[in-house]
Design a protein around this ligand. Structure first.
Ligand SMILES: [Zn+2]
Length: 451
């Protein structure tokens, strides 16, 4: 948790600068979802979708005021952690405590007095968390200080769109981007986040009918499936939601015990609320920067090496500081596309952990890790383009200006290679070749018709 005052420069049109409390968010995504959606598209899409959650927690809806001024809650993407498909099992997703459990067993968060996670089944379930996944989450915790961990899943055993487990775990069903334009349904994430603060499902109460069309609770966030509006939060027989949010703001380091309402919602065994779980590690003057070995991919030069550097990593004020630094290196296709002209494996969080120094230290005493951008199919004539850059993470400053890479194609000889065609058709069975030809002819017709 940290608080920032957004610069007035960001609000050229707005009437007044607005203050915001920032909640740091990590996403945990199983490998199968990364593979299905595409790494570049998924990582940038999650960042865009998370920004949509901010519009549910504007002061004008929550009523949160600090020193007489409106205070928004904003959600800041820290890291996207890719884990094995063990965690994508629906039963594991509904267990809901795996990120918190890792943080607890690693000593990053504490338990409440008198509560023992292992007695409540919140022990580390190795059927859901492999040693490699434990390590990935452990490092991400220490280098991000994330307050909320969103575990994307294909589906949940409960059949719900999302579930929340205090203090910090949210399971959320990944959206069909082709159909919806989103990977994350902002309204569902906004709803689950309020559970971490102690919010109650109004659709599960005896007064659930009030959530329906025409009902007095219709439009409430905790009724579910709603858009941003002044109706999101209010007072009801279960909790006064606006008072709840104001209390959260007044005392952000409050414990979950202060926040849960006894029988109306289950309390957490862990200390601190989901919104104030951890403190992002500060990194003094450490600056992340990207250097590239070249700005052109071609058949002659099919790789560009990207060096992620942390400048001034040794703090003058504290040379023994062991604070980890993390930053995301990303690709962004323009006329060249990930998975087509270049391999879609570049986008990733790069972590520098002085306690596990698996990085190089160069002559300038900078920490360096290298990742490689690799060309894929360059069988075209001309030059396409894409970008590489840095974003997110906890470096104090990130040189965020992306670098443009030219992806130069060179088509092979256009004379058809009769031998190759014959060999491919020969393996496909006697009747398939005419069907393929017919299909191609139909596609050509469709293209002409739709131009
Ligand atoms: Zn709910």
């Amino acid at each position: 948790m940290r608080k920032i005052i957004l610069s007035a420069m960001l609000f050229l049109v707005a009437t007044a600068a607005s203050a915001a409390t920032v909640v740091d968010v990590n996403f945990v995504v199983p490998q199968s979802i990364v593979d299905a959606k595409g790494r570049e598209a998924l990582f940038s899409g999650i960042k865009a979708d998370l920004a949509g959650v901010d519009s549910y927690y504007l002061s004008q809806y929550t009523g949160i005021v600090k020193d007489g001024k409106p205070e928004d809650i904003k959600f800041n993407l820290r890291q996207i952690v890719v884990v094995s498909d063990k965690s994508s099992d629906a039963a594991c997703a509904d267990g809901m405590v795996f990120s918190s459990s890792v943080l607890y067993w690693d000593g990053q968060i504490a338990r409440r007095d008198g509560k023992h996670p292992e007695d409540l089944g919140y022990d580390l379930d190795e059927t859901c968390v492999s040693p490699e996944d434990y390590e990935a989450i452990r490092v991400a915790g220490s280098s991000s200080g994330a307050d909320v961990w969103v575990n994307l899943q294909d589906k949940l055993a409960s059949g719900l769109g999302g579930m929340a487990g205090q203090p910090s775990d949210i399971a959320l069903v990944v959206q069909d981007h082709a159909a919806t334009g989103h990977y994350v349904k902002a309204g569902d994430l906004a709803h689950e986040f309020f559970h971490l603060l102690g919010g109650v499902d109004l659709y599960n109460t005896p007064e659930a009918a009030k959530c329906e069309q025409g009902g007095e609770w219709n439009g409430r966030l905790m009724c579910g499936g709603v858009e941003p509006s002044p109706l999101l939060f209010g007072a009801n027989t279960w909790i006064d939601e606006k008072l709840f949010l104001q209390r959260f703001y007044n005392n952000p380091s409050t414990t979950v015990a202060d926040w849960t309402m006894g029988a109306t919602f289950y309390g957490s065994v862990y200390k601190a609320s989901g919104a104030a779980l951890m403190t992002a590690p500060a990194n003094a003057e450490r600056v992340a920067e990207l250097a590239v070995s070249g700005t052109t991919l071609s058949k002659d030069v099919p790789n560009v090496t990207l060096s992620v550097k942390i400048k001034k990593p040794v703090l003058a004020s504290n040379p023994d500081d062991k604070t980890p630094v993390a930053v995301e290196v990303y690709s962004q296709g323009a006329t060249a596309k990930a998975g087509a002209e270049y391999i879609d494996n570049l986008t990733q969080t790069v972590t520098f952990d002085p306690l596990n120094p698996d990085y190089q230290v160069n002559a300038d005493n900078e920490w360096v890790k290298e990742v490689v951008l690799t060309a894929k199919d360059l069988n075209y004539n001309g030059t396409k383009s894409m970008l590489v850059g840095l974003r997110n993470g906890n470096a104090t400053a990130v040189n965020a200006t992306p670098t443009s890479i030219s992806v130069v194609g060179s088509a092979p000889d256009l004379n058809p290679d009769e031998d190759t065609v014959a060999a491919e058709n020969g393996g496909g069975g006697g009747s398939s070749a005419p069907l393929v030809v017919l299909g191609l002819a139909a596609m050509a017709f469709m293209r002409r018709k739709t131009k």
